[in-house]
Design a binder for this molecule. Structure first.
Ligand code: GDP
Ligand code: MG
Length: 441
């Protein structure tokens, strides 16, 4: 798959901005990639629409191909859609004993995940955990949890034959309170398919336990099915998060994207094997890379962007050393400020600039002001930008009008440019050595 994507992308080698054609060609392949990764068709369509909008006209970073740039944009959008919870690994387990309800189809990995999470809570957060199996369908299921409990050193509720799931849930609750447990986990029975009995049972247990977290365990290899299951469970039981298991397998993780896009439920953990440590907090970047199968390209583009920014910084430094600071430079600085959210651009790396920085801060340089100043500069001709000394009254009027502002606004901007230019000249006289001490050297 990466090869096919790579092939198409190799053909798009024109530098500059991404054309509509570039994007459309690339999107055809991305669509195939998504479907192969088991992303559902409507989700793939919707996703591609969003990416197309963002990608068309986007600048192509020097030294990467347009195709690679598209991949980066697609990747970023994937991460955006996949991101659900700021801290997916943090389970709500305040007010002990906190109940956690585990639901899902049979064989999805509920029992294994219950034990994995119990181990995590015990080891990472020092919690005292009680696990209870509510799986009365298969006698061996209760023993399975008990064995895992012994293995990881976590208590399980003693097994009483003939009890129904609701009664077990009640007993677990009582036992958890009496035994001073922080958390009790209810591992429910599953079926091969969702049916009314299964849902009714889970709902009854939910009503007794009133869980702080209801985690739906789904097999990450089942793709589209997983999404239907998630919708149904969320609808009938209410789900606070999803655990995707078998992500150690060959599946590409498209279920994760569909799940997020359709149910909106946060993915909290991924299961990565049968061992008790094989569970991780969900990381959108990893799954995004996996769906695309092109992690290396993404990092290549990121690297190229870094290099480009460093090159720009260096070019600017050279000009500053010669005491040059025109409107283009000022625009660059203002844009940098916007990007970094304040006066922390290249300025702050240069000695002697701290004072200037303070002046700007005092002048109330917030984003709105900065954007207005950039608009003024954009209203100037190329010549005017390179040589602001050209700006006499009539030109000033035209520029201010062009940006929908007053000449007094423009005068303020000019004053700022002059001050900066003067400061640059002084710095220039200090010589290269003095300049570079600030941290760029
Ligand atoms: P349950 O019926 O939902 O309780 O599912 P189980 O927890 O009993 O798991 C069914 C099978 O899947 C067991 O053999 C587990 O070892 C296996 N399993 C569970 N989670 C994972 C996982 O993340 N990766 C792999 N490879 N196997 C898993
Ligand atoms: Mg089980």
């Amino acid at each position: 798959l990466s090869e096919r994507l790579g092939g198409v992308f190799d053909r798009l080698t024109k530098q500059g901005a991404l054309s509509e054609d570039d994007v459309r060609t690339a999107m055809r392949e991305v669509r195939v990639a998504l479907l192969e990764a088991d992303v559902s068709l409507p989700v793939a369509r919707q996703f591609i629409k969003a990416v197309e909008k963002k990608a068309t006209g986007a600048a192509v970073t020097k030294s990467v191909t347009p195709g690679q740039q598209v991949v980066k944009i697609v990747h970023d959008e994937l991460v955006h859609v996949l991101t659900g919870d700021e801290d997916p690994g943090k389970l709500k387990i305040d007010s002990p004993p906190a109940p956690i309800l585990m639901v899902g189809l049979q064989g999805s990995g509920k029992t294994t995940t219950t034990a994995k999470l119990a181990k995590r809570l015990k080891e990472r957060e020092g919690k005292k955990v009680l696990m209870a199996s509510l799986d009365t369908n298969r006698p061996a299921a209760m023993e399975q949890l008990a064995i895992l409990g012994t293995q990881i050193g976590v208590d399980t509720l003693p097994i009483v034959r003939g009890e129904d799931p609701v009664a077990i849930a009640r007993r677990a609750k009582t036992q958890a309170s009496l035994g001073g447990y922080d958390v009790y986990m209810l591992d429910t029975a599953g079926r091969l398919h969702i049916d009314e009995e299964l849902i009714a049972q889970a709902a009854a247990v939910r009503d007794v336990a009133n869980p702080r977290e209801t985690l739906l365990v789904v097999d990450g290899l089942t793709g589209q099915d997983a999404v239907n299951v998630a919708e149904e469970f969320d609808d009938k039981i209410g789900v606070s998060g999803v655990v995707l298991t078998r992500m150690d397998g060959d599946g590409r993780g498209g279920a994760a994207l569909s799940m997020r896009a359709i149910t909106g439920k946060p993915i909290r953990f991924v299961g990565l094997g049968e061992k008790m440590d094989a569970i991780e907090t969900f990381e959108p970047e990893r799954i995004a890379g996996r769906i695309l199968g092109m992690g290396d390209i993404v990092s290549l583009v990121e690297k190229a962007q870094e290099v480009l920014e460093a090159e720009q910084a260096e070019r600017m430094m050279k000009r500053f050393q010669k005491g040059q600071f025109n409107m283009n430079d000022l625009k660059g600085q203002l844009e940098q400020m916007l990007k970094m959210g304040g006066m922390q651009g290249m300025m702050s790396m240069m000695p002697g600039m701290a004072k200037m920085q303070k002046q700007l801060d005092d002048a109330g340089m917030d984003d709105k002001v900065i954007k207005r100043q950039i608009a003024l500069i954009q209203s100037m001709t190329k010549k005017e930008r390179a040589n602001p000394a050209l700006l006499q009254a009539s030109r000033k009027k035209r520029i201010a009008a062009g940006a929908g502002q007053d000449v007094s606004d423009l005068n303020k901007l000019l004053k700022m440019q002059r001050q900066m230019s003067d400061a640059m000249k002084k710095l220039g006289k200090m010589g290269k050595k003095g300049m570079m001490k600030g941290g760029l050297g």
